[in-house]
Structure formats: C-alpha cells, structure tokens
Design a protein around this ligand. Structure first.
Ligand code: C2E
Ligand code: CA
Ligand code: CA
Length: 863
C-alpha cells in the first residue's frame, strides 16, 4: 500500500470533517425550512378560512338586514317579491359550499359546512314560502311568520356561523398539532444526526491517529534497526514527500553514511592488510631472490643463463670453474659453441630445438679449452619466457659427470674382473653367457668347469696369499688353452669355467670331451711355485646348452652337481653326461612337481634376516627370505626360485610370502613401537605385471601395513628386459608409497647415472664386494668407489653378506651411514624365533665397532 503524505492525510481528514458538517447544516436547514413552510401554509390557510367565513358573515348580515326590513314590511294581503333576496341567500350557501379557501375545512369537517349551507338554503326557501303565505295570512300570522323568520336568521347567525368558526378553529388546532409533531420528529432526527456525526468524527479521528501512529512506529522501527545495524533496505517512507519522508530520508542517508563509513573502514583495513601482505610478499620475494642468488652462487652444479641467442649473461662460480672461463670470456661466443667446440652450423639445430621445444638434455663429452681436459657432463637446457619476441632466458645446468663416468668405468672393469686372477668373475661370466644365449639362441655350446681338488688345504697350509698365486698360475695355463670368446672365468673360489662351441650339436659332445681332457691334463701338470713342487689335482665336468639348461644359472647348477659328484668319488675325475646330468634333470622335474603343491602342503616358510644400522647397531628392518622344506630337506631358494620363475609359480609364492611377512612386521612394529621395514624380493616377471602396484598395495593394506614400510627389492639385471615399461612400473609403485631397492648391486650392468633418474631409494651392495675387503686393497678401493657414487646419488646403502667382525671394522671406516645385512649380526630365522625376541622388548640391538671413520669414500675412490 502506498502511503499518502501526512499533510494530505490531514487535508483529507479536514475535508471529510467539513463535508460532514456542511451536510449536517444543509440537512438541518432544509428540515427547518420545510417545517416553516408547513407552518406558514397552515397559518395562511387558517387566515384565509377565517377571512372567507368573515366575508360570508358580512354578506349574510347585509342580506339578513335586507331580509329583516323586507319582512318587517310584510303585511297581510300584500305580496312582496323576495326572490332576489332568496337567491342571494342561496348564493351565500353556494359560496360556503364551493369556496376554495374552505376546501380543507370541507374535506376535514364536511358536516360543519354542510350544516351551515343547508340552514341558509332553508332560510331562502322559508322566505319564499313566507312571502307566498303572507298575502293570505292574518296579522298574527304575519307577525308569527315574521318572528319565525327572525328566529331562523338568528339561528344562522349564531349556531350556523358558530359551528363554522368552531370547525375552522379545530382545523387550525389539528394543523398546529401536525406541526408540533413534525417539529418533535425533526428534533429527534436532529439528535440522531448529531450522535452519528459525533460518532463519525470520533471514528475518523481514530483512523487518522492510527494511521499516523503506525507510520511513525514503522519509522521508529526502521531507525532502531538501522542503528542496530540490521536493516539493509529502507522502508517505503523514504519515498514520501512530507515530513515523515524527510525523516525517513534523513535516517536513510544517515544509514548510508554509516554503512559507507564502515565499508570504507573495511576497505581501509583491507588496503592496510593488502599493504601488509604486499610488503610481506615483497620481503619474501626479496628473501627468495636473495636465497635464489645465493643458491645460484653456492650450488655445485654449473648454472648459466643465456639470452635467446645463446650468449651467456650470467654464470655462477661453479660454471666459471668447470669451464675455466670468466664471465666476460663466456659472453663472447654462444655457449653451445664453447661447450661442443663445434662451429655454428653444427650447434644451430640444437639451439633451434631448445627454442622450439623449450628444453634439451643430453650427456656430452667435451674438451676444456684452457687445459685440454676431457670432461663428461649432463647438459640440461631449459627455455624461460617467449623466444619469438626475442625476449626470455635460457637456463643451462651442467652436471659434471666426469668423475661418475670414470668411476663407473672403473667399477665396471673391476666388477667384471676377478681381483685375484684377472679373469672374468662369476657374475660377469653369468651375464655374458646369458647375453650370448640371448644374442644367438640357436648356437649350441658346452660350459666346462674345472674344480681344483683339496684347494682349501693349500690355503690352510701355505696361507691365503699363496693360494691366490696358485689360482693365478692355473688361470694363466687355462688362458693359453682357450680363446677370448670362451669367456674364461673364475666361477667359484677354486673353480674355473669357460665355453666351447661347435658348428653342429652332433659335434659338441666330442669337442667338449676333448676340451675337458686337455684341460685336466694341463691343470694337473706339476707346478713349481716359490720353491715348492705342487701336485695339483682337478675334476672336470660340463653342461650343454640348450639340451641341459636354458640359461647360465641352470648350466652352473648342473656343473656344481657334476663337480660335487666328482669330488664325492675321490676327485681328479672327468664327469660326463651319463654320470650325473640325468640325475640333475630328474631332480629338477621332481622339485617342479612338488613345488606346485608346496604351499598347499604347508611346506613353505618365511625367514627374516635383520638389516642393521652400522652406526648404532639398531635393527631397521628385515628381509623376507623364503624357505622350502621338502621331504625333510631344506631346498635352497637359489634352486627353487628359478624353478618357480620358470614354471609360473613365483606369483603365488611371492603373494603368499608378502602378505605373510607384512602381517608379521605389522605385529612387530606394534610390539616394538617403532617403524620397521620389510624387504621383499620382487622377481622381474611380477614387476612387469599389469596393475601389480594395486595388487601389492592391496596386500599391504589388508595386513594393515602402510606401503611406506615395504621395500621392494629388484635386481639390477632386470633392467635389461624392457627398460621403458620397467621404469613406468617403478614409478607407479613409488607413487603408491613403496620404497624400491636395487638388489645385488654391482653384479648387473646398469649405469648408475641411469639409476639416478629412477625412483630408487636403496642400493644393496652384493656380497662379493665385501668378501675380500679385509685382505685386498683392490677390493677396498672398489668398494670405496661404489660407495662414493651411491652416496653422491643419495641412495641408502645396505651391504649384504657381511660375515666377520673384521669386515665390519673395515666397513665402519667408510662411515656410519651404512646398513648391514649379514651373518655377522644374524642369520635368517623363522617368525617363531623373532616373535620370541620381540616378546622380550626391542630385539636386535647389535654391538657395532666403535671407531671414527678413517677414510671418506671419495678419498678412497679418487686415488
Ligand atoms: P638375496 O635376495 O640376495 O638374499 C640374500 C641372500 O644372502 C640370502 O640367501 C641370505 O641368507 C644370504 N645371506 C645373508 N647374509 C649372508 C652372509 O653373511 N653370508 C652368506 N654367505 N650369505 C648371506 P638365501 O635366503 O639362500 O636366498 C638366496 C636368494 O634367493 C636371494 O638372494 C633371492 O634372490 C632369492 N630369494 C630368497 N627368498 C626369496 C623370495 O621370497 N622371493 C624371491 N623372489 N626370491 C627369493
Ligand atoms: Ca634380496
Ligand atoms: Ca642380494
């Protein structure tokens, strides 16, 4: 409802008041007028009636006087004409009957008029009759007639007129009564109207008061709410054009200014806050700039910034040092020309690649101009900004890989070589044989092994160094017998191995038999060494590819078998196919059958071997190692794991071992109240399985163990198979929180620089690198090199197969960060054993040598 302005409301109020009063006055006036009219009319009628009656009376009196004189003249015998007088009398009667002035009297009291008129008529008639009688009447009679006539006149004069006047009076009286009653009705109406008028007035006043009050209340409400800060919109009042509107507008304005004030206070606060923030972020930016600058100056990597043409604009100290050029020399030619020492036309395509793709990365070899030193470096180039507008920067990071590569070469050569004889070592031999099978799977060959009999007795009698010299001499003899392609290697402490080839499989037996014979003859030739004449005996055996084994390890197992048979039968023998090989094949077959049922028969166990921090002796975690008890015999995992892999049984075995071990370790974590890791061997087939990451995560989760407690051990040699898929899988596993460890590190042939780009957190250095660490300086040097590199790449390091205190002491000299897994601390034991240990508190706080590190890995590696 739109409200009217207050003043208009008052105007309307007064208007209604006026109208009511005027109406009242008008009505009352009308009423009085009609009253007066009625009264006037009544009195006029009365006067007229009176006058008419008077007229009639005076007419009658005149006529009556003439009648009197006429009648007085009556005398007997005399005829007198009275017709005129009689008709005059009749005229008077007719006047009374017909006069307009007497009409209301005639209407209301007809008998009065009628009585009078009839009396007059009667008189007229008597007069006529008397005049006719007189002539014949006597005196007396005449006198009598005269008397009767006089009586009749007197009767009309008194009674007739008296009745008329009475009637007129009565008429007047009734009129006056009517007027009186009309008056009293008017008075009644007048009171009624006054009451209604007063009631209306009161109602109107009430309505007006209510309206005004309501509006003022609304205004007050709004004002209160505004003051309380609740109202956000204004009322209707502010649209009005009266005082209320003004008040409303004033309040509204007040409100707006209050709101504006508080808004501007908020704005001010926001501005202040923003200002604070800006100055904070500026300070932070300055800090981070300073930090960046100091990082830029301090990092070991060479970092250079060039413009989009490739000219150096900034270089950090490491860059100046690496390239041996100062900043101004660096700015003279495009950086790539300096690095690659190639003319612009060779460098240009690379630079174009940088500008188009935004980055370029490659390991390059280059010669430093100042001193001609050959360097290897990983160059990573990244474009920042928009090159098309000739703006932007190019950031070049140069990682000096010279040392890593040199050490890698050193390790590779050392890791391939047997340190005692200079022949290939077992690991490299296995790898080479497998590579060969992979490259020429159709080419048959025989693996021949020569085992020295009773060699340990030489070692014990003459000392280890002497034993090493015997081995070296034997190696030299065998080298003369074999070609380089035969991969002559020392495959065990006292055993050598090599390959012989034949064009066709049918020739192989003969060729192998001949080689074995020559071999034995050559080895058993008398040896003169340091004044001793030594009679050395040897057993020889062989295994054929592909008939007896599909890979190096299979063939080596057959050979081990053959040699132990030869030794069992007294040694110095040649063991050919017929004697042992079928037995080996038989056993493999039997084991394979049994392995399929091993889980169902509850023949499998998981053993746990602790991994110990060399610095503190604390147990950090365990490796889970499978055991198989078959018909009372413990079968080595080295034997059944390859079988399981070959016959697709490894999946279920691993799954079983993993869930078993995860549950155990979760229990032990709870009991010990500390984080313990569980390391699981993950064979390559499983690693390549689709969704293996989900499966493993599921297994860990159902054992209630976080994936971060699980370390997956993979072997380096796995990388040969399908590196790209493997890398992808490793990233998936790492994304799920698993740690990845490289097992048997140093026995494969992957590049350390390559490992750096994988999500790997641990290296397990193979047993063979610590075997000779106490006795051989070369072995220590090799170990130092591996360690230096692993530390440079920030891997955790576990040293495997540590058996003696002396080894531990040697290792401790390389620092306290190493972890050790070996018999020196604990053999692998089953869960019952460890359950017992954990029941008695935290197990495996092992004593460790308490010495200061004497050499850092880098020092050792460098020289
Ligand atoms: P690995 O993964 O390199 O395991 C370490 C092996 O070194 C274990 O042999 C362990 O008993 C042995 N060892 C530990 N400390 C010493 C020591 O001080 N001296 C010596 N001489 N040996 C030590 P194990 O348990 O016989 O296992 C042999 C291999 O079989 C393992 O080598 C691993 O490749 C495989 N293997 C064992 N359990 C499993 C398993 O559950 N799954 C898979 N896929 N492979 C397994
Ligand atoms: Ca392992
Ligand atoms: Ca290992």
């Amino acid at each position: 409802m739109r409200l009217l302005p207050l003043s208009l409301q008052f105007l309307i109020f007064i208007g209604i008041q006026l109208a009511l009063s005027l109406g009242l006055v008008f009505y009352l006036g009308n009423l009085a007028q009609s009253n007066y009219d009625t009264f006037a009319e009544a009195s006029r009628g009365f006067v007229e009636t009176q006058k008419t009656i008077e007229d009639i009376r005076s007419d009658y009196a005149v006529v009556a006087a003439r009648v009197e004189s006429e009648t007085a003249a009556f005398s007997p015998g005399e005829r007198r004409d009275v017709t005129e007088l009689s008709s005059e009398l009749k005229q008077i009667a007719a006047t009374a009957r017909n006069s307009v002035a007497l009409s209301s009297l005639r209407e209301n009291q007809p008998e009065a008029i009628q009585g009078f008129a009839s009396a007059v008529d009667h008189q007229a008639a008597s007069l006529i009759a008397a005049s006719q009688e007189v002539p014949a009447a006597d005196e007396r009679r005449v006198a009598h007639i005269q008397e009767r006539l006089a009586e009749e006149r007197a009767a009309v004069m008194t009674a007739g007129f008296g009745r008329l006047i009475d009637a007129a009076n009565r008429e007047l009286e009734s009129t006056m009564r009517a007027i009186r009653s009309a008056n009293s009705a008017v008075i009644g109406n007048y009171q009624m109207i006054l009451i209604v008028f007063v009631a209306l007035q009161a109602l109107l006043l009430a309505v007006v008061l209510w309206l005004v009050n309501r509006q003022i209340r609304q205004l007050a409400d709004v004002t209160e709410r505004i003051v309380a800060g609740e109202a956000t919109t204004t009322g209707k009042q502010h649209k009005r054009h009266d005082q209320l509107g003004r008040i409303a507008r004033a309040v509204h304005q007040f409100r707006s200014s209050v709101v504006a004030l508080s808004n501007s206070r908020e704005q001010l606060q926001a501005i202040l806050k923003k200002h604070d923030k800006e100055s904070l972020s500026r300070r932070q930016a300055e800090d981070s700039l300073r930090l960046t600058a100091s990082v830029f100056d301090e990092v070991q990597e060479a970092v250079l910034v060039t413009d989009v043409q490739g000219y150096v604009t900034r270089a950090n100290p490491a860059a100046e040092k690496l390239l041996d050029l100062n900043a101004s020399d660096l700015g003279k030619r495009p950086l790539l020309e300096i690095l690659l020492a190639q003319p612009a036309r060779v460098v240009a395509p690379i630079w174009r690649h940088v500008l188009e793709k935004g980055e370029w990365r490659s390991e390059i070899e280059f010669t430093r101009e100042s001193d001609g030193k050959a360097l290897v470096a990983l160059v990573s180039i990244r474009l920042v900004g928009e090159p098309r507008e000739k703006r932007g920067h190019v950031i070049v990071v140069i990682n000096d890989h010279t040392d890593i590569r040199a050490r890698e070469r050193e390790i590779i050569s050392l890791a391939r070589e047997d340190v005692v004889t200079g022949l290939l070592n077992r690991g490299f031999f296995v790898q080479q044989v497998d590579d060969r099978i992979h490259a020429q799977p159709e080419q048959p060959f025989a693996m021949i092994a020569v085992g020295l009999d009773r060699f340990t007795s030489f070692n014990e009698a003459l000392g280890r160094r002497f034993g090493d010299r015997i081995l070296k001499a034997m190696a030299e003899r065998l080298e003369k017998l074999t070609e380089p392609a035969s991969l002559l290697a020392r495959i065990d402490g006292d055993t050598f191995g090599f390959l012989v080839f034949a064009e066709n499989a049918s020739d192989l037996d003969a060729i192998a038999a001949q080689a074995m014979k020559r071999c034995q003859a050559e080895i058993t030739r008398e040896l003169e060494l340091a004044g001793y004449r030594l009679d050395i005996r040897a057993s020889v055996t062989s295994a054929d590819y592909p008939d007896e084994g599909k890979n190096a390890e299979d063939l080596l197992r057959i050979i081990d078998n053959g040699l132990s048979q030869a030794k069992a039968s007294g040694g110095n023998a040649i063991v050919g196919h017929a004697e042992g090989h079928t037995q080996a094949a038989q056993r493999r077959f039997e084991l394979t059958q049994a392995l399929g049922k091993a889980l169902g028969n509850r023949e499998m166990r998981v053993y746990y071997q602790p991994q110990v921090a060399l610095g503190t002796g604390a147990t950090l975690g365990f490796e889970a190692l499978m055991r198989w008890r078959y018909r009372g015999e413990w079968i080595s995992p080295n034997e059944f794991i390859p079988l399981a892999e070959e016959h697709n049984l490894i999946g279920e075995l691993t799954e079983w071992a993993l869930s078993h071990a995860c549950r155990r370790i979760a229990d032990w974590q709870r009991q010990a109240g500390q984080e313990l890791t569980i390391s699981i061997n993950l064979p390559p087939q499983l690693l390549l399985l689709d969704k293996i990451d989900q499966q493993l995560e599921g297994l860990a989760r159902s054992a209630d163990l976080p994936t971060s407690s699980v370390v997956l051990e993979i072997t380096e040699s796995d990388f040969g198979k399908d590196p790209s898929l493997l890398v992808e899988q490793l990233h998936r596993l790492a994304m799920r929180g698993f740690s990845i460890a490289i097992d048997d590190f140093g026995t494969g042939h992957s590049s350390l620089a390559y490992l750096n780009s994988l999500p790997i957190s641990k290296l397990k250095i193979d047993k063979r690198f610590v075997d000779d660490i106490v006795t051989s300086e070369d072995a220590r040097k090799l170990f130092g090199s591996i360690l230096a590199m692993a530390e440079q790449l920030e891997f955790e390091i576990v040293v495997e197969g540590v058996e003696t205190e002396q080894q531990l002491v040697e290792l401790r000299k390389f620092g306290s960060r190493l972890q050790v897994q070996g018999f020196v601390f604990s053999r692998p034991f089953d869960e019952d054993y460890w359950d017992g240990e954990f029941m008695h508190g935290k197990p495996g706080n092992y004593p460790v040598p308490n010495i200061q590190p004497q050499r850092s890995p880098t020092q050792t590696a460098g020289n």
